[in-house]
Each structure stands twice: as structure tokens, then as C-alpha cells.
Design a protein around this ligand. Structure first.
Ligand SMILES: [Zn+2]
Length: 340
């Protein structure tokens, strides 16, 4: 079978490797159909000073597929069932896992495609408890965007920021995979969405997606625009993932008692904030990473009810690298999906 491995910094190799053994009693074997790309894949591809990778490693952290074979104790799955897979090898037994807070697992074995072999291969064995059925009517291409992109946003906006209908939310980088998901999810519950983009073409697309106000951050300061748009009040929630370049501006955009939730620091990992302002304004800053299995089920349910992910590009497995380069160039609106 085919497997795509990272063999050195910025070097991928598509090779023929032996198929996996038949699934163990508590496992299922999945025929991978689509892998969606995330910034996480870029971190692995480029190499990161502060996160160790194993190499060579099969890439791909977010994927969908079909059940190819089932273990003897996995009665809920049948051959041919469409599924998605959790992107990390959690233990399933620690307190966090038992409370369905999988992304806080105390004995996590690693992130797929980053610490342990990922999904960019024809067949993969997974513990059945980390495999989630895809509801009828959701294409596998869309479902591939559920385990990380949609579920991360679900976890950020609803578990962490507790976004409520009618609130106003600032979504940074509205053209990114998670930015597009945040726009559609916030609009779906009746929020007012202000979003930032880096060019006018993306501004039009963000508006078409439902954003109420779009700020081109290259020509306008978003802090000033938000102040104007909210009558100097500020927003209830900021959806952050840009990092150092925008973080303080984001805090300035929050109304008193507002919540900032962040899952990334693409523009830089460090900044200085005013603690005086933090407590006087009663702001909440919440870090968010990954999602729970429940968040993936919630995301798939949203897709089944018509909230489709925005797909920027589809590329074949042999062009995985081209997909990564496109993601790195930031000339993207939505998700890049690798088809098998
Ligand atoms: Zn655990």
C-alpha cells in the first residue's frame, strides 16, 4: 500500500509499504479516503525548534475513510461504514478521557502525523473508541475537516468561550480553515460576525460566507474598525489564532467581561499584556488546543444539518507537498483536502 512519509525537513517520500496486520479485537482497519491539511502539518514539515518529531513519519493528522475490517470486539462498525479518526492516540482510561475531555489526556501517546505515524496511507489500524461514524449525506471530503478544523472551532467557541446567540464575535483570519469554520458556526446560531482578511478577494468571499463586517487588516487597523462597528463597546468574544501581531489589539477589542479564546500563534509566540486592564476589564483569556471526541460528533452533526466546510483546493496524494506550500503561502480560503 502507499504511504507518504516525512523523511527530512521539507522532504516527503511516497513509498510502497506492507499493509498493516489484521485489526486487533478492539481495533478497526480503515481505508483512508481524504486527509485535510492544518498548520500542524506545516510545523512538522518545516521543523520546529520546540517540538520534537520522530522521522521518518507517515504524515497526516486529520482524515476520513471507510471501514475495511473490524476486530472481534467492535460490533458497532461494519465494513464500508464512513468514519473519521481522532487525531491523537489518547489512553481512554485516565480521568480526563473518562470525562470526555480527551484533549487533556494525561497519558497521550502523541499526535498522529507528528509524534506517531499519521493518516496519509491507504490503510490504518485504530482503536475503535477513537473512530467516529460519519452521518448519512456528509461527503468524506467534508468529513475529513471535522476531527481538527471543525472540532477545534466547536471546542473554542462553545465549550471555552461559551458563545451565545446574539453576541458579537471577532474572527481573525477569516479565510483560514478554522476562520471559515468559525464564521459559519457563529452565524448559524445568530451571532454578529466581524472578521479580518488580508486582501479584497478574500473580503468578498468572507461576506458571501455570512460575515457581517469584513476588515482588510492590511489597509485598516482592526482595533479601530471594531471600535467603530460596535459603537465603542467592543465585542463579546475574540477568536484568536494569529498570536503576537494581533493579541493586544484583540484584547482592546473586547468589551468589559469579554472572552478571548486562542488556539494558535502563527505570527509569533510571545507578547506583553497589561494586567491592570485584564482585571479592571474583567476579561477572560482562554487557551484551547484540539478537541474532544464529543466535539467531533457535534461537528459532524452540524455538517449533516447543512454547515459545510469551505474547501479551498483538492489535491491528489502525490501532490500533498503542493498543498502544504499553498497553505504556507496563505493564499488560501478554507481547507485544503488531499484525496486518495
Ligand atoms: Zn487519557
Amino acid at each position: 500500500m502507499r504511504a507518504l512519509s516525512l523523511i527530512a525537513d521539507r522532504k516527503l517520500e511516497l513509498a510502497d509499504i506492507p499493509s498493516p496486520r489484521p485489526p486487533a479485537a478492539d481495533e478497526v482497519q480503515i481505508r483512508v479516503k481524504a486527509v485535510a491539511l492544518n498548520h500542524l502539518d506545516l510545523w512538522g514539515y518545516r521543523g520546529m525548534a520546540f517540538a520534537k518529531r520522530k522521522m521518518p513519519i507517515v504524515v497526516g493528522a486529520e482524515a476520513s475513510g471507510e471501514i475495511a475490517a473490524v476486530g472481534s470486539d467492535t460490533a458497532t462498525f461494519r465494513s464500508g461504514d464512513p468514519v473519521v479518526m481522532y487525531g491523537a492516540m489518547t489512553c481512554g482510561t485516565c480521568k480526563a478521557c473518562r470525562q470526555e475531555r480527551d484533549n487533556l489526556c494525561e497519558n497521550v501517546g502523541g499526535i498522529m502525523g507528528f509524534h506517531i505515524d499519521g493518516f496519509a496511507r491507504d490503510l490504518v489500524n485504530m482503536p475503535a473508541r477513537l473512530v467516529i461514524p460519519v452521518p448519512q449525506g456528509v461527503p468524506l471530503r467534508d468529513a475529513a475537516c471535522a476531527p481538527i478544523a471543525f472540532a477545534t472551532v466547536q471546542h473554542m467557541l462553545f465549550d471555552n468561550a461559551k458563545l451565545e446567540p446574539g453576541e458579537t464575535v471577532l474572527v481573525h483570519a477569516g479565510g483560514s480553515g478554522i476562520g471559515t469554520a468559525a464564521i459559519v458556526m457563529a452565524k448559524a446560531i445568530g451571532c454578529t460576525v466581524i472578521t479580518t482578511v488580508g486582501d479584497d478577494a478574500k473580503a468578498g468571499k468572507a461576506r458571501a460566507l455570512g460575515a457581517d463586517h469584513v476588515v482588510n487588516y492590511r489597509t485598516d487597523r482592526f482595533e479601530g474598525a471594531v471600535r467603530k462597528l460596535t459603537g465603542k463597546k467592543g465585542v463579546d468574544v475574540v477568536f484568536e489564532h494569529v498570536g503576537a501581531e494581533t493579541f493586544n489589539g484583540s484584547l482592546l477589542c473586547l468589551k468589559r467581561g469579554g472572552r478571548l479564546v486562542t488556539c494558535g500563534a502563527t505570527s509569533g509566540p510571545s507578547t506583553t499584556i497589561s494586567l491592570m486592564r485584564l482585571f479592571q476589564q474583567q476579561h477572560r483569556i482562554i487557551g484551547s488546543f484540539g478537541a474532544s471526541l464529543r466535539n467531533i460528533r457535534e461537528s459532524l452533526a452540524k455538517m449533516a444539518s447543512g454547515l459545510s466546510p469551505v474547501i479551498d483546493t483538492e489535491v491528489p496524494l502525490a501532490q500533498f507537498e503542493r498543498g502544504l506550500e499553498r497553505l504556507e503561502s496563505r493564499q488560501v480560503f478554507g481547507k485544503i483536502v488531499v484525496d486518495f
